[in-house]
Design a protein around this ligand. Structure first.
Ligand code: HEM
Length: 293
């Protein structure tokens, strides 16, 4: 059972330390807010929110397809962990740092805030097989996305709300190339993206970046949903949420009602943050987030 007051006695300055460090990192590079938010997602969906994603072992989660060459922000987390260790030795878990940093990142980019339940502990191992099976690829159909989220007890509203995280951050050409040739993408939007992401696979263009939200890439707002209404979703999986299916009405609601999006997003983030945490004496409090003690 997690609690927002978990560190109030054991490390009263933990949350302010994390917030200052996140604000500094996002001020230096806005995209870092997106990268930190994504780290928490990729942590929680794989064996729960246990910081397993941070372990940099050979053939671990970081080397799997959803993560390799794509996840970033590890240095920022290591820096936060060092600062928190300096004030409260072996007290604050890396999994909690990820959860708080995700919230602070959203706030730093203009999004809503929420109270983060705390008390997660860190795993003793990495789970590469689960990373492959549980993190949905951007080629997924709506049906498969709903199943992947349903497996985590997240419903269609949670799926659409959490996908709103794509209102910030960037994707590589290799993640959206195939979607540019599909029928449900705005043709001038697709044409402009073809400039940096030509149809032919090539190591010289695979890593080229485009913003997930073409309108306001560094602001956490509801523009993502308005983009979907005009067929300007960057990923196949984004446009699946508004493609004449059962989630169209949720997208429309979030597009016209920013408060409804904020409320659904913060609710869903707490639900995602509650996925199978290690508590009590389970797992450990790592000294360094990138390796087990
Ligand atoms: C619904 C299923 C989802 C799929 C298929 C998906 C897929 C992807 C892909 C393919 C990228 C680009 C990776 C790259 O090319 O390097 C990406 C980026 C991102 N995703 Fe998702 N994602 C999903 C849900 C989520 C959720 C639930 C969150 C957080 C709550 C999230 C947050 C982000 C962020 C912030 C970025 C940009 C990261 C950066 O710029 O460093 N995504 N996602």
């Amino acid at each position: 059972q997690l609690s927002p007051t978990f560190y109030d006695t054991s490390c009263p300055n933990a949350l302010s330390t994390i917030k200052s460090a996140v604000n500094a990192a996002v001020a230096q590079e806005a995209r870092m807010g997106a990268s930190l938010l994504r780290l928490h997602f990729h942590d929680c969906f794989v064996q729960g929110c246990d910081a397993s994603v941070l372990l940099n072992e050979t053939s671990g989660e970081q080397s799997t397809a959803p993560n390799a060459g794509s996840l970033r922000g590890f240095g920022v987390i290591d820096n936060i962990k060092a600062q928190v260790e300096a004030i409260c030795p072996q007290t604050v878990s890396c999994a909690d740092i990820l959860a708080v940093a995700a919230r602070d990142s959203v706030v730093a980019l203009g999004g809503p805030t929420w109270t983060v339940p705390l008390g997660r502990r860190d795993s003793n191992m990495s789970f590469p097989d689960q990373a492959l099976s549980d993190l949905p690829p951007p080629t997924d159909s709506l049906q498969n996305l709903m199943t992947a989220f349903g497996n985590k007890n997240l419903d269609a509203t949670d799926l659409v709300a959490l996908s709103g995280a794509h209102t910030i951050g960037q994707a590589r050409c290799t993640s959206f190339r195939a979607h540019l040739g599909e029928s449900n993408i705005n043709s001038s939007f697709a044409a402009s993206l073809r400039g940096i992401c030509p149809a032919a696979q090539s190591s010289s263009t695979d890593g080229n970046l485009a913003p997930l939200d073409t309108t306001t890439p560094n602001t956490f707002d509801n523009a993502y949903y308005n983009n979907l209404l005009s067929q300007r979703g960057l990923l196949h999986s984004d446009q699946e949420l508004f493609n004449n299916g059962s989630t169209d009405s949720i997208v429309s609601n979030f597009a016209s009602n920013p408060a409804a999006f904020s409320s659904a997003f913060t609710t869903a983030m707490v639900k995602m943050g509650n996925l199978s945490p290690l508590t009590g004496t389970q797992g450990q409090i790592r000294l360094n987030c990138w390796k087990i003690n």
